[in-house]
Design a protein around this ligand. Sequence first.
Ligand code: GLA
Length: 384
Amino acid sequence: MKDLLIDRFRSVYGRAPDIIGRAPGRIEVIGNHTDYNGGTVLGAAINHSIYVGLSLREDNCWQFYTNDLSEKIVSGGPEIKKRKGAEEWVNYPLGVLDALIRRGLPLDRGFDFAAVSDLPIGAGLSSSAAMELAAAIGFGKLYGMSFELVELAAIGREAENNFVGVPCGILDQSVSALGKRENLVHIDCKENEVSRIGFFPDVVFWVFNTKKKHALVDSLYSVRHGECQRALAGLQEVYPNVSFLAEGTVEQIDTVASRLSGEEKRRAIHVVTENLRVHEMCRVIAEGDIESAGKLLLASHESSRNFFENTTEELDFLVEQLSVTENVYGARLTGGGFGGAVIAMTNEAFTAGDGKTVTANYKKMFGQDLDVFSVTVGDGVELL
Ligand code: GLA
């Protein structure tokens, strides 16, 4: 991919990039919508990334190019303003730039930017965070600043929250920043602590990408975010010491049920029980109990389906199929939901052939093809 990026950069801008940054996508292993609720989440960086090339310009204009979304160059500068429509993708790197300028980045000259990617977009594998992180490390280097990995993650999230306008948590950016081969990234969002934990060495993750996303996916995410905030407010009327929704208990939710709408109660139950499942997952990983880990994935999906209501028919069908497929320990939706992909945790004997049965059944049911591929757990953001 690095060579492809250099090639593309040369053909678009007539010279090689001065700086190359790479950042991976991620799978959310377990901890669905726990991050912005002060809970814990486990994710893994994957071996599919976005590569960003950058060079300084003599003037103070900027140009963006990517081979994925459009072959058209998006140009502007020096001001940093949100773009719409087909140019929307540049809001991720522009948002990063905005966050960097707040941290003192001297944007005294313009730049040329190109991105290439082997990370599927819209699959729930966080191509947006990968773009943000690759841009953040690249812009930092280009303008002579460097940041700790946790700060790079914060910059990416700031871009997303304040510039793009999605109230996401810190999961995607932290995993893309701090991912490490053979490790899961463990994020305690209440304490703001990120660590790595070793994972089962002989487990493989497969991605079943439906390539279908709800048209309103971002606004549905915001709706869920709002419901969680209102559920917390209801909980705090009786339990003022609960500072985050994930800290509550099912008993507490039952006690305050009359203060919550049906939706708020269901969202709260999901968040609280999902957080417990993440802790349980850490325990079974430490014990080497793969079977139980698989069951936790299935339970997580069930909770998303029944209580958070962020699954789709397609995702539910896939999880059901996978749960009765040989060599699969467990499966669940990965990421925000409302479409995207399911991950399956399998043993090494699971083959693309086993995947094909699921694919064929899916096609029979929905008349559409799936993208199925295995991923390995890879390293986080870096300069190349
Ligand atoms: C998206 C967001 C994350 C997280 C997940 C759901 O990936 O970007 O912050 O909330 O959804 O767990």
